[in-house]
Design a protein around this ligand. Sequence first.
Ligand SMILES: Cc1cc2nc3c(=O)[nH]c(=O)nc-3n(C[C@H](O)[C@H](O)[C@H](O)COP(=O)(O)OP(=O)(O)OC[C@H]3O[C@@H](n4cnc5c(N)ncnc54)[C@H](O)[C@@H]3O)c2cc1C
Length: 394
Amino acid sequence: MTDAAELRRRTAALLAAHPPATTGRLDFLRARFDAGLAWVHFPAGLGGLDAPRALQAVVDAELAAAGAPDNDPGRIGIGLGMAAPTVLRYGTDAQKRRFLRPLWTGEEVWCQLFSEPGAGSDLAALATRAARDGDGDWTVDGQKVWTSSAHLARWAILLARTDPDVPKHRGLTYFVCDMTAPGVEVRPLRQITGEAEFNEVFLTGVRIPDAHRLGPVGDGWQVARTTLMNERVAIGGARLPREGGMIGVAAAAWRDHPGLRTHDLHQRLLKLWVEAEATRLTGERLRQQLAQGQPGPEGSGMKLAFARLAQRISGWEVEFRGEAGLTYDDWTLRRPEGVDFTGREAGYRYLRAKGNSIEGGTSEVLLNIVAERVLGLPSEPRTDKDAAWKDLPR
Ligand SMILES: Cc1cc2nc3c(=O)[nH]c(=O)nc-3n(C[C@H](O)[C@H](O)[C@H](O)COP(=O)(O)OP(=O)(O)OC[C@H]3O[C@@H](n4cnc5c(N)ncnc54)[C@H](O)[C@@H]3O)c2cc1C
């Protein structure tokens, strides 16, 4: 069993063999992956050491203290948080070997081709068709929407309908789609912040080899559930120090601008601070469960709490900052190196946080999941469970 002391020893060996000051960023990241120190809970040979997930923090702290480069997780969040756990669980050995290393180092960006104009919350209703060709490979036709990072991506996780004659959840298959393949067209969509973080993606006669299918034909919904459960943890479950993230920004603003303080804003900030800390500690508990396997529906509760809190804190911040809270720089289509969500202006954060209760499952849908799968309350009436997808009204 790999323990903290062993991880420290291996991290020191990595740093000695590849000093960050004299090693190129990509070379260092590749060496870190090969040393099993990328995601320590992954299997040996695939960037990990089969170690407890909680011990990742030991490696990360040692590397940060040594000034080692990271893999810019904000840029490759969909690959790390969603594609990787799905490939790990359902991929063949060849798929794991091909995809995981460049995914983790950030050499290959991933995006998620799930949502469609007629299928968001009701994702299983999606209409993009994948038809099998004579040679066993697939041809895909359809339209996806809200595809974050599609303009940067080399690969996509794609959910498509392979059998319209069975009920909607049963006729889906999960693929890895090459975003550079002929027939893939990416068109930017501008959002409320002014940026085009996401896109429409049109798929016209796109060929996907059967070797890029993840999981059995017709089992796409099961595979997608792994992605979605992980997505909610990826969005809502980031590991933060006390007063990290949004509440840290709000508290810093309070300290930096004594002239703007009022009694009411003080009371509200204190309440938000307590809620943020309670949410953070709940996240720590959730990660202890994660250490033992795949995330469960509890991750939906975490994402729900995160979205509500982010919107309330960013709203507080705009109110506190007054006029300064209403302005922000034009970041259109670019993300300055090293600047993340918390490094931008209050006005930007306020607008971007609106999407938190939509992306990765809306808050209403997550409430349904918590009600049914965590609290055991009766499920919503579903009239379309047994009808063939092709017979559903659209
Ligand atoms: C910033 C951002 C990034 C995104 N990135 C991606 C991406 O990379 N890839 C991708 O595939 N998708 C992405 N999405 C899409 C996202 O997953 C969908 O927008 C989301 O699932 C909701 O679907 P919809 O927009 O079709 O809304 P709808 O499903 O049409 O919902 C409309 C409203 O109805 C409510 N509603 C729907 N069903 C129920 C129900 N059963 N009970 C109660 N209320 C209900 C919803 O809560 C919502 O308020 C992104 C979205 C955002 C905002």
